[in-house]
Design a protein around this ligand. Structure first.
Ligand SMILES: Nc1ncnc2c1ncn2[C@@H]1O[C@H](COP(=O)(O)OP(=O)(O)O)[C@@H](O)[C@H]1O
Ligand SMILES: [Mg+2]
Length: 373
């Protein structure tokens, strides 16, 4: 656990504090994201945790021990540190870069060699073709991965990450974020992660600390911050799309209900009766192999009056072939699909199988739900 108590930093020659009476507790195994505009004190805070910068006043504790009691070099060896500029040594190979801290610990050569390969595998790089390359021979995304591997080399329980994915293009960044989330689910390290991007904060953080001008303005889970912004600064920083952002936190499986009515092509002439029997507003059409290929709603059937031809029903249903969402899809993307297909329903898939239905009304209820309900 990391705890900051009334920590203040005033840089030499400055009158305004870069960090102002900051108090914060980061529970073990969680990712805490520091977010806020440029210059608000995020990096300064991070660098005080590994004593690269000393606070002007206040106390920082790691596992209830004041970090001033630890030797700074020792302390830093036990804390992984990743920065945006990556900081790989250009004249050292990938393997040598990753081995820096294990060497400081005096690990035997063989143990280091094994660990380097293991880390390269872990971060998705091929050890065979990567370990002897120099940083300049790597792409930005690959360098960033090596930076992360280096920080994890001795498996430190704490990682400090300062805009770690800031220098890579959006596609690579998204990929690195997903990979890192996957790793963190297993590693459960205590992580301080700095970003100026609120979307990245919401995606990566178990908790988010929002900074403004050296002060902590709000500290809470992404859900809390999106539901109850503490003040105008926070709500402006989040943006008007806060409900849509919140929909990014939840998945289709969280709100899916059972698919009430499932029919094959031959049953289309009686589809209205079938839906009434099942008391279902939506009927899924499945092909000869039982795979879902579209759906119809009571509105479709009512709206077509007496002369409903099975062909037109079929066409209507097949027009929604794409209106299906995997269980893991976030609600934001599901909502987008509903808007795209102009429908209040989406079929829910588990792999290729129909697993239920999700409705616009369920998303609406979920979105306007008040905290605590
Ligand atoms: N070494 C330094 N000397 C003087 N002022 C600094 C130094 N480093 C940062 N600052 C100032 O402290 C404030 C906070 O900076 P920083 O922690 O880097 O912000 P952030 O990481 O949120 O962008 C800024 O006003 C910055 O100009
Ligand atoms: Mg910074």
């Amino acid at each position: 656990m990391i705890e900051l108590r009334e920590v203040t930093k005033v840089y030499k020659g400055q009158t305004v504090p870069a960090v102002d009476r900051l108090s914060l507790k980061i529970p073990e195994g969680e990712t805490c994201v520091f977010v806020g505009p440029s210059g608000c004190g995020k990096s300064t805070t991070l660098r005080m945790i590994n004593r690269m910068i000393e606070p002007t006043s206040g106390t920082i504790l790691i596992n209830n021990k004041d970090i001033r009691e630890s030797d700074p070099d020792r302390l830093r060896m036990g804390i992984g540190y990743v920065i945006q500029q990556i900081g790989l040594l250009p004249h050292r190979t990938v393997a040598e870069n990753i081995a820096i801290v294990p060497r400081l610990y005096g690990w035997p050569k063989e143990k280091i060699r094994k660990r380097v390969d293991e880390l390269l595998e872990l971060i998705g790089l091929d050890p065979e073709t990567t370990r002897d390359k120099y940083p300049s021979q790597l792409s930005g995304g690959q360098m960033q991965r090596v930076g992360v591997a280096r920080a994890m080399a001795v498996d430190p329980p704490i990682m400090l990450m300062d805009e770690p994915f800031g220098a890579v293009d959006p596609i690579a960044r998204n990929y690195l974020q997903d990979e890192f989330l996957r790793l963190q689910r297993e590693m459960r390290k205590t992580i301080c992660f700095v970003t100026h991007d609120i979307n990245e904060a919401i995606k990566m953080g178990d908790r988010i600390a929002i900074f403004n001008k050296g002060r902590l303005v709000q500290y809470g889970t992404p859900h809390e911050i999106l539901t109850r912004p503490a003040n105008e600064f926070v709500s402006d920083f989040i943006g008007y799309d806060r409900v849509v952002k919140k929909l990014g936190l939840y998945r289709v499986a969280d709100l899916a209900g059972p698919a009430g009515c499932v029919a094959r092509e031959g049953e289309l002439p009686e589809i209205g009766r079938l839906m009434r029997e099942k008391e279902s507003d939506v009927a899924f059409l499945v092909d000869a192999h039982g795979r879902p290929c579209g759906f119809l709603t009571t509105e479709d059937i009512g709206g077509m009056g007496d002369e409903i031809s099975p062909q037109s029903l079929m066409q209507k249903a097949l027009g929604r072939r794409g209106a299906f969402a995997q269980r893991e899809m976030v609600l934001r993307d599901a909502l987008s699909l509903m808007l795209e297909y102009d429908t209040e329903y989406l079929g829910v898939l588990n792999g290729g199988d129909l697993a239920g239905v999700i409705t616009l009304s369920a998303i609406r209820k979920h979105s306007c739900r008040k905290e605590g309900e």
